[in-house]
Design a binder for this molecule. Structure first.
Ligand code: THU
Length: 163
């Protein structure tokens, strides 16, 4: 038996002001996208801004539905739209802003498992890392430099063989 530790570097900024200006601008896009989220059932609003290698920014926000499972998270709205608009263009970074209408969220909310898997699909496809910036309504900004950091032992197309 062997034991192996799997860890990653999480960069913690005290607030949005501490970010380099390009990352601050991306997070600001996520914050403004969050404000247009359609989340009447959870009152939990999320915005995502995807920075593409061609310099374009594609935004998304969560879209809920009276039939709850039909809704979609902000991150997937954004990355699927990025894939639709710019096929073959790599994603450099995704900023994610989350807030509740019921309380002050002062810590970043990590993307859900389905969103991590969806982002992983693009990171594998493009063969270059996608960095993530996360913030709640206020408080610290967390940055990690690859989706692999927060989805270890991930499933990907290599398991499907070459059919
Ligand atoms: N949500 C996101 O948009 N992204 C996540 O990664 C976690 C959850 C949304 C889905 C739903 O509309 C609301 O937040 C509450 O779960």
């Amino acid at each position: 038996m062997k034991k192996q530790h799997i860890g990653f570097d999480l960069y913690i900024y005290e607030g949005i002001e501490e970010l380099p200006s390009s990352e601050r601008r991306l997070l600001e896009r996520a914050i403004s996208a969050r404000k247009n989220a359609y989340a009447p059932y959870s009152n939990f609003q999320v915005g995502a801004a995807v920075l593409m290698e061609n310099g374009e920014v594609v935004i998304g926000n969560n879209q809920e539905n009276a039939s709850y499972p039909s809704g979609l998270c902000a991150e997937r709205v954004a990355v699927f739209q990025a894939g639709a608009l710019y096929p073959g263009v790599a994603i450099l970074a995704i900023a994610i802003s989350a807030a509740s209408k019921n309380y002050i969220l002062d810590l970043p909310a990590g993307p859900c498992g389905n969103c991590r898997q969806s982002i992983m699909e693009y990171e594998i496809k493009q063969r270059s890392p996608i960095s993530l910036l996360l913030q709640g309504q206020e408080g610290p900004v967390f940055k990690c430099t690859s989706i692999k950091d927060i989805l270890p032992l991930a499933f990907g197309n290599s398991f499907l063989g070459d059919s």
